[in-house]
Ligand binder design. Structure first.
Ligand SMILES: [Zn+2]
Length: 332
């Protein structure tokens, strides 16, 4: 077998087959007798489709074996080997809305996205820090809604096939996971105000306000006396205040972006501070601001607003791959 790399496309070549995967823009595949395209970006990578038309690929499958990570296994090995103490929770920021949340007993991925750019409007700005097909330590994957940057096919296929982890989300995410072959016995469909226990976590689905998604949820994750809120792509709404009255939120993971004219995809820096205040969060971590070129925002603006409003909230800016350790807050 020969391996050739052309831009980001890796080619595995056997005597009768060529396997392409990755997200590159050109590939020299002349001279092969049959083609087997195994790319996860098939529908959205025009050059590859053109190549397919030109050379007449016979078979098209999605294949999770491509090397997508640009960080080798540096981050994943840290995430999987880190010793989490019994009274803490550790959050790793994996870009976009993605986090790995670990306690000493379990590992939860929320909205991981390791895929490429989607279109000229949605260009990925950050490296892929983890090789999805290399993930071993995982007990649960949570998806807030069905959009690809919150419901990653490559992760779902790998986790469904190679681990015993569960997959949780609203009906639309669960339907996608089922279509992608995730075992039904490990799918957990959530509705607002439902709580499900997974190992030491109690996870409650809550309403979201997301006009772009078919069905979207926000999530409250509790383990060992520590509570983390994840907003998905929800816009600001008055429900945050209700959540704040019911839970004592230690960390709020809130989306942030600079909305293009005429559209509202993400919370603004003011929305983030207001939402964190409504939630009564001790700490807020802005997320999603780094992923797409069109809506990138500077997370330091959240700090500026929090200072200006004298909000008693710690603003923590995590960059790709950074981790944040939450200690159990003394209740006395
Ligand atoms: Zn998103």
């Amino acid at each position: 077998m020969r391996h050739r790399a052309v831009t980001n496309v890796v080619i595995h070549e056997t005597r009768s087959m060529i396997h392409l995967y990755g997200c590159g823009d050109s590939a020299d595949i002349k001279g092969a007798s049959a083609f087997h395209v195994t790319t996860r970006v098939l529908d959205i990578n025009l050059p590859l489709i053109e190549t397919r038309q030109k050379y007449g690929f016979r078979e098209v499958t999605l294949f999770p074996g491509g090397k997508m990570s640009q960080w080798s296994d540096y981050l994943l090995s840290e995430v999987e080997s880190y010793e989490v103490s019994a009274d803490s929770m550790v959050l790793w920021y994996i870009g976009g809305a993605g986090f790995v949340v670990r306690t000493s007993r379990s590992t939860v991925y929320i909205d991981p996205y390791f895929g490429p750019s989607i279109s000229p409007d949605w260009v990925r700005m950050i490296a892929v820090p983890i090789e999805p097909s290399a993930i071993r330590r995982v007990d649960l994957v949570v998806s807030t809604h069905e959009h690809e940057d919150h419901c990653d096919r490559m992760v779902v296929e790998h986790v469904g096939r190679s681990t015993q982890a569960m997959f949780m989300g609203p009906e639309t995410s669960v339907t996608k996971a089922r279509e992608w072959g995730f075992p039904s016995s490990r799918l957990v469909e959530m509705k607002p105000h439902m709580t499900k226990r997974v190992r030491d976590f109690a996870i409650t689905a809550l309403p979201a306000l997301d006009s772009h998604a078919e069905k979207a949820l926000t999530f409250m994750l509790e383990a060992g006396g520590i509570t983390v809120f994840h907003s998905g792509d929800s816009a600001y709404f008055n429900g945050f205040r209700e959540f704040g009255e019911k839970w004592r939120v230690d960390v709020a993971l809130l989306n942030l972006g600079r909305n293009p004219p005429g559209d509202t995809y993400y919370l603004t820096p003011c929305d983030v501070v207001r939402s964190a205040m409504d939630l009564g969060a001790r700490t807020v971590i802005p997320m999603h601001w780094d992923l797409w070129k069109r809506v990138c925002e500077d997370p330091r603006l959240v700090k500026v607003i929090a200072d200006e409003w004298q909000a008693k909230i710690q603003v923590v800016v995590l960059r790709l791959g950074d981790k944040f350790e939450v200690q159990r807050f003394s209740k006395t």
